[in-house]
Design a protein around this ligand. Structure first.
Ligand code: OFO
Length: 173
């Protein structure tokens, strides 16, 4: 069984991941309104990714005979100054999530919970990819600098992002 402090920290992370999904759903809406259908499609995949992260954590807490506590999810921002600003916000958010995961991992070490440290290693690696994806797109947006032709091409390219492996959140529990 998990220590109460560990369980509390896992529950906080479940809320962070659900918020991530909510934030990216807000970005789907924003990009749709900007007529950037490819970026909206990319973010739809990201919404699924975040639900997978939340349900992985959820499943782990239950496996350890812990109690999942679902708290209110904060309302995300609904609009950004520009598509570039939205992508920068996505990168900043992923950097925040990386810090949360590293804190959670450090807590597992501190509380001498090796099952949790091992479990969390997947998330540590996943955050490298999450940040890298967002950073690449921020860099590409910088190159395009709002030029319609470049933006059109980038939007088309991002629209080709495949669905998460395993077919979605339901398979991650
Ligand atoms: Fe769950 O990694 Fe993004 O937020």
């Amino acid at each position: 069984m998990m220590k109460p402090e560990m369980q509390k920290a896992f529950n906080a992370q479940i809320n962070e991941e659900l918020f991530s999904s909510y934030l990216y759903a807000a970005m789907v809406n924003y990009f749709e309104q900007q007529n950037l259908k490819g970026m909206a499609a990319w973010m739809r995949v990201q919404v699924q990714e975040e639900l997978i992260h939340a349900t992985k954590l959820f499943g782990y807490v239950l496996e350890r005979d812990g109690a999942v506590e679902l708290k209110a999810i904060a309302a995300p921002k609904a609009a950004w100054k520009s598509p570039q600003e939205a992508w920068k916000a996505a990168l900043a958010h992923e950097q925040h999530i990386t810090a949360c995961i590293l804190d959670l991992h450090a807590k597992a070490v501190e509380l001498k919970d090796p099952a949790s440290t091992i479990f969390l290693e997947w998330f540590v690696t996943e955050q490298v990819e999450e940040e890298s994806n967002a950073r690449d797109i921020v860099a590409q947006m910088e190159m395009v600098k709002g030029a319609p032709g470049g933006l059109f091409m980038l939007d088309r390219e991002l629209g080709g992002r495949p669905a998460p492996a395993g077919g979605g959140a339901a398979s991650a529990t």
